[in-house]
Design a protein around this ligand. Sequence first.
Ligand code: ADP
Ligand code: MG
Length: 201
Amino acid sequence: MTAAPPADLIARLIEAVAATVTAHADELTALDQAIGDGDHGLNMRRGFDAVLAERDATAAKPLPDALKAIGMTLVMKVGGASGPLYGTLIMTMGKELAAGATPADAVRAFGAAIDALKARGKSEPGQKTMLDVLVPVHAALVADPRADVAAIAAAAADATIPMKAIRGRASFLGDRSIGHMDPGARSSSLIIAAVAGVLEG
Ligand code: ADP
Ligand code: MG
């Protein structure tokens, strides 16, 4: 199947992700208050409010261009460390999906996007960041494209609780970062659950 996804799908993905980020903004902020500077919920809500405001113009574009536009908005509006990282992830997905958008293409593009995020953040899984959710979700999709990614992402976010932060602001706390869920891991699990919910429908 190589047909372009309907514009309606892009609009529904934007709505679903923006809704979950808004609904959980206070929770993300509380997580970031524990091991960061307490702005992650605010950053993400500001970014996805902007993406939602551009929904109709974005949904009218072909999927690769829509993803590039969303990524650019996230870089500009989220700010903090997470804005450029999420922006890189989504923009790279767009670049990689220019050749096609089958489910297999999407999994491969997700892998390339994670590699770009790693390069940008100079980070690897195991350092208590969003990568600790994105990498296991990608691995699960490579093994089984019908994997229950929402459950895998939630478990992976929980698994950041005992980790010690090696990257990002939380790393300044050293051992005191242990015992708290990473805010970016949580926002990644929320976004993945929302995307999966729309794609399954
Ligand atoms: P800031 O840390 O600048 O206040 P946010 O609070 O918006 O930015 O985002 C913090 C999240 O960003 C962390 O919880 C972590 O998941 C992620 N993060 C920070 N630095 C990195 C990095 N180098 N690589 C991957 N993820 C990172
Ligand atoms: Mg922060």
